[in-house]
Design a protein around this ligand. Structure first.
Ligand code: ADP
Ligand code: 5GP
Length: 202
């Protein structure tokens, strides 16, 4: 059995990652989603264990000390990290896995897993990003300001990614991301089993 493929999805806060990924996972439930551990306070509507495990800063620092994280970063004052073992287990079972991490986390993962496929979700414009971030209504003006500033640095690093998907029309962005994921499954290196199978039964 060939190993699963790792996908890294990043993009500025408000670019629509969660909205896109919700639809992607509905259409492709076979993909393993890595639930991050984070020290940010829970937002209204967020559910423990759905996208994030909400832990204290001390608990997070212990995860770092115990080498339990594949990558981690501080984003706008809070810690965010991807637990290592669940991702490795999924990949070893032949399951594709997806991490949603910021640009620094993505760079750390590429170092240890250069075969990972990375995708950057780009807003159609800076003004639209601000509209979406404000329209979501989950952050104060101060936090929105910090996130818009971070967004500029993140967009400046989009060229580190294998693919860029522009989230203008949502349904198109969802199809584009699924298209990228599905296309990797046809790579010859992942089709060795079928070659051997056909030859064996000839
Ligand atoms: P992120 O996960 O990247 O921080 P969200 O998925 O929370 O972003 O999206 C931010 C806001 O933008 C949400 O209110 C969401 O409904 C809206 N949104 C996402 N994609 C689109 C789109 N293609 N067109 C218009 N609004 C969108
Ligand atoms: P938010 O607070 O809006 O949920 O997420 C803020 C940022 O943290 C986003 O850019 C998101 O991609 C990133 N992020 C979420 N989980 C992780 C993680 O496990 N590791 C890293 N490095 N970034 C993460």
């Amino acid at each position: 059995m060939s190993k699963g493929r790792l996908y890294i999805v990043s993009g500025p806060s408000g670019s629509g990652k969660d909205t896109i990924l919700k639809e992607v996972f509905q259409k492709c439930p076979e993909i393993f989603f890595s639930i991050s551990s984070i020290s940010r306070p829970m937002r209204p509507g967020e559910v423990e264990g759905e996208k994030y495990h909400f832990i204290s800063k001390d608990e997070f620092l212990k995860l770092i000390d115990d080498d339990m994280l594949l990558e981690y970063n501080q984003f706008c004052g809070n810690y965010y990290g991807s637990p290592k073992q669940p991702v490795l287990d999924a990949l070893n079972c032949g399951r594709d896995a997806l991490l949603e991490v910021d640009v620094n986390g993505a760079a750390q993962v590429r170092k240890v897993m250069p075969e990972a496929v990375s995708i950057f979700i780009m807003p159609p414009s800076y003004a639209e990003l601000h509209r979406r971030l404000s329209g979501r209504g989950t952050e104060t003006e101060e936090v929105i300001g910090a996130r818009m500033k971070t967004a500029l640095q993140e967009i400046g690093r989009a060229c580190e990614y294998d693919y860029i998907v522009v989230n203008d029309v949502l349904s198109e962005a969802v199809d584009d991301l699924i298209g990228i994921i599905r296309s990797q499954r046809f790579k010859t290196e992942r089709q060795i089993n079928i070659i051997n199978e056909v030859l064996k039964n000839a």
